[in-house]
Design a protein. Structure first.
Length: 439
């Protein structure tokens, strides 16, 4: 018989839907290419490709700052206030960007880049950390679903943004005003439902405590940690740096293709400009779907085998892409890269939870997102410099592909950390007879 407090516990599936709603709003950042193209139009601002990329690069760089601060505050103040604060900052940043024009480039940098990126990072980390506490029985699948909302955000915003830009193509930044208001409404609705589960929460249908140190209560390939690490304790382990390096390499590999996808499709496989743009839109579905697929798969095969697959598939596909002329084969290989790129974001949050516990997941995983910022900047710069004006796609994709393949060594080296030394307790009778599983 369930305790009376369990009957008053909010429905965790409604909280999941609220998390997806927030992620859909902030995931619109991946639709930046639609605005970048409009900003370069001579009938609009006539900016260079490099200039049009700056707001997006600043936003990606600010994500880590927001996720770090948001994660630390969330662990102390709860998820609702942090998600709402981050969402408001993000939405206001987008609204401010709507006042930018050809002669006020700095407004776009401040609004979309600095404020938008900071608020995005602050709101992004909240549902990831919160939902691991609500779903200890399926952490990979659920965090995969949550961050899939982020991946799908661009699928919704890209055509909507294009429609709004068409209303006044001479000033494409005006499209940010209705978008920012829409984001604000969605985030306020979603964040208002955010809350952590009560202490000692057990999901319906599970017997025993679903907390660190439980003996078989959570059906997953990877064991739960023996103790919840604090952020400083996690930073003193080599595992935190290995996991961050794995995320960085996966982001670097995947976003390298994402940043040149349309041009690669045209130059290597003969896609028309319109067909290449359509392909990029379809590939966004694989970015979102990969977060669910790999998150679910990692619960069953183990986190490190999943990351070996993510890096290995990306590496192999990147090596093959410059050597295929078939549009269909190019699309398949690109889809696999997008699937694995999204998969790293769907798998890493639950991996951090399995390694370090979920009590301080906001701060610990928030710090790991520096890998997103590093990879998001290094990947596009590396691939564009290697390809260059000579269109040396073979050189560019070969180098990045080999980096991903070499990175497969890292999951082999990454083992689950022992409990913090200061809080190691005497092993129970069950622990003496059941050896620890390391993965």
């Amino acid at each position: 018989m369930q305790p009376q407090t369990t009957e008053r516990t909010p429905n965790r599936w409604i909280i999941l839907l609220a998390g997806v709603l927030v992620q859909l709003a902030i995931g619109a950042v991946y639709a930046w290419s639609v605005f970048a193209k409009a900003l370069q139009n001579e009938q609009a601002f006539g900016w260079t490709k490099a200039q049009a990329a700056v707001p997006f690069e600043v936003a990606i760089g600010m994500i880590f700052v927001g996720s770090y601060i948001g994660g630390r505050i969330q662990d102390r103040r709860g998820p609702g206030v942090v998600a709402l604060t981050g969402g408001v900052i993000y939405s206001l940043g987008v609204i401010i960007a709507s006042f930018a024009d050809k002669d006020r480039f700095w407004i776009l940098i401040l609004g979309y880049g600095v404020l938008g990126g900071f608020g995005l990072g602050m709101a992004y980390i909240v549902p990831i950390a919160m939902l691991q506490k609500w779903f200890p029985d399926k952490p990979g699948l659920i965090t995969g679903i949550a961050v899939a909302g982020f991946g799908f955000g661009a699928v919704i915003t890209a055509p909507l943004g294009q429609h709004l830009i068409a209303g006044d193509p001479s000033v494409p930044t005006k499209a940010f005003l209705p978008l920012g208001i829409g984001y604000l409404v969605a985030i306020v609705i979603g964040a208002s439902l955010f809350r952590n589960p009560p202490e000692g929460y057990v999901p319906p249908g599970l017997a025993g405590p679903a907390v660190a140190g439980s003996s078989g209560a959570v059906p997953t390939k990877d064991p739960v940690p023996e103790a919840d690490f604090t952020a400083p304790e996690a930073l003193r382990t080599p595992q935190w740096y290995l996991l961050t390096a794995i995320l960085t390499l996966s982001v670097t590999a995947g976003i390298s293709l994402i940043s040149v996808a349309a041009g690669s499709a045209s130059d290597l496989s003969g896609y028309s400009a319109a067909a290449a743009a359509s392909l990029v839109g379809v590939l966004g579905l694989f970015n979102g779907g990969g977060r669910i697929l790999w998150g679910w798969l990692s619960d069953r095969i183990g986190k490190m085998p999943a990351f070996m697959g993510i890096l290995g598939i990306q590496g192999a596909c990147l090596l093959l892409i410059p050597h295929v002329a078939s549009p269909a084969i190019f699309a398949v290989l690109a889809a696999l890269v997008y699937l694995c790129y999204g998969g790293a974001f769907g798998t890493m949050p639950s991996t951090a939870g399995r390694f370090f516990g979920v009590r301080n997941a906001g701060a610990i995983y928030g710090l790991m997102l520096i890998g997103w910022s590093i990879g998001g900047i290094v990947g596009p710069l590396l691939i564009s410099s290697l390809i260059g004006e000579q269109k040396a796609y073979t050189l560019g994709f070969t180098v990045v592909g080999l980096i991903a393949l070499v990175g497969m060594v890292l999951p082999l080296l990454t083992k689950k950390p022992a409990a913090p030394a200061a809080r190691v307790t005497a092993p129970s009778e069950g622990a003496q007879t059941a050896p620890r599983t390391r993965r």
